[in-house]
Design a protein. Structure first.
Length: 290
């Protein structure tokens, strides 16, 4: 688990990679991403070019609400530094008059597209309140975005840096959280979603909500406020229209029954990309090519 080693990161190379990343999303998205990267307003908040490219890479995606959160001044600054939790990739720091985001300097040289996934998570936090539901929902949404990103840029899964490995493990747990019919779930599954791990995990949700004495996923009855970013991100991932969503059990249950971020075929593509074992479907499932 070694982060990307120190390297020169030039603005010219970032622009080239940013254009290639956003091209599948359309010409207008490319222009929007470049405008974000070159914005003097955004550069004031985050002077580091790699972080600006990370934010710009979210243009045209379900996570593009992160861009508006920065433009609206919800965070005073976004910088590389020392996170209070040394194992964290990034954290929102409560401060007056506005919170700020600090990315662990350990990941300074990671690919900006991987940092973009982290950006999509951190900008969902907007106040001092935080509960297990909020962390689970934010991690589900950024994991879903990462899955979509790999469908566009599969090489990101094989860079073997620490951030790539941690992102892959998160996506594996999300993909493996399925019911007996193979449907994507969040708090219900048919077995350990981290195969061969030292500590079995019954579902993706259990990593945040905990595990009950009978081995199922626990719940958190508390709620924290949502925001416009959550509404947009959640709507895109569930293919619904959300307004006034909160970080609560209702949102967890919505994600448990409805995750529309990838088709069954695309999930299998991702499983193969992650080198997961894919058993042959039972004959009762019908045509295995479906």
């Amino acid at each position: 688990m070694e982060p990307a080693p120190p390297r020169e990161i030039t603005a010219k190379e970032l622009v080239r990679q940013l254009k290639a990343t956003l091209k599948p999303r359309g010409h207008r998205t490319v222009e929007e991403g470049l405008a974000v990267f070159r914005s003097s307003q955004i550069a004031t908040v985050m002077p580091d070019a790699n972080l600006r490219a990370a934010l710009a890479s979210l243009a045209g995606s379900p996570a593009q609400g992160s861009i508006q959160a920065i433009r609206d001044g919800l965070f005073s600054q976004v910088v590389f530094g020392t996170t209070p939790n040394p194992n964290a990739i990034a954290q929102v720091i409560a401060a007056e008059p506005q919170p700020y985001i600090v990315f662990n300097q350990r990941f300074r040289y990671e690919d900006f597209r991987l940092l973009g996934r982290v950006f999509s998570h951190e900008t969902l936090h907007s106040d001092r309140n935080l509960n297990a539901n909020e962390e689970l929902i934010a991690s589900t949404l950024d994991g879903a975005y990462y899955g979509q990103l790999l469908l566009e840029q599969p090489q990101l899964a094989t860079s073997r840096t620490e951030l790539s490995r941690r992102s892959n493990t998160q996506l594996m747990a999300l993909l493996n959280t399925r019911d007996s019919r193979g449907r994507q779930r969040l708090i219900q599954s048919t077995g350990n979603v981290l195969p061969d791990s030292a500590t079995p995990l019954p579902s993706f949700g259990a990593a945040f909500l905990g595990i009950t004495p009978n081995g199922s996923t626990a719940t958190d009855p508390t709620s924290t406020p949502g925001n416009a970013n959550l509404d947009f991100f959640l709507s895109a991932i569930t293919d619904t229209r959300q307004r006034g969503a909160e970080f609560n059990t209702a949102t967890v249950r919505l994600l448990d029954i409805r995750q529309a971020w990838a088709t069954p075929r695309e999930r299998i593509r991702l499983a193969r990309l992650l080198k997961l074992r894919i058993p042959a479907p039972p004959a009762t499932y019908g045509d295995p090519r479906a």
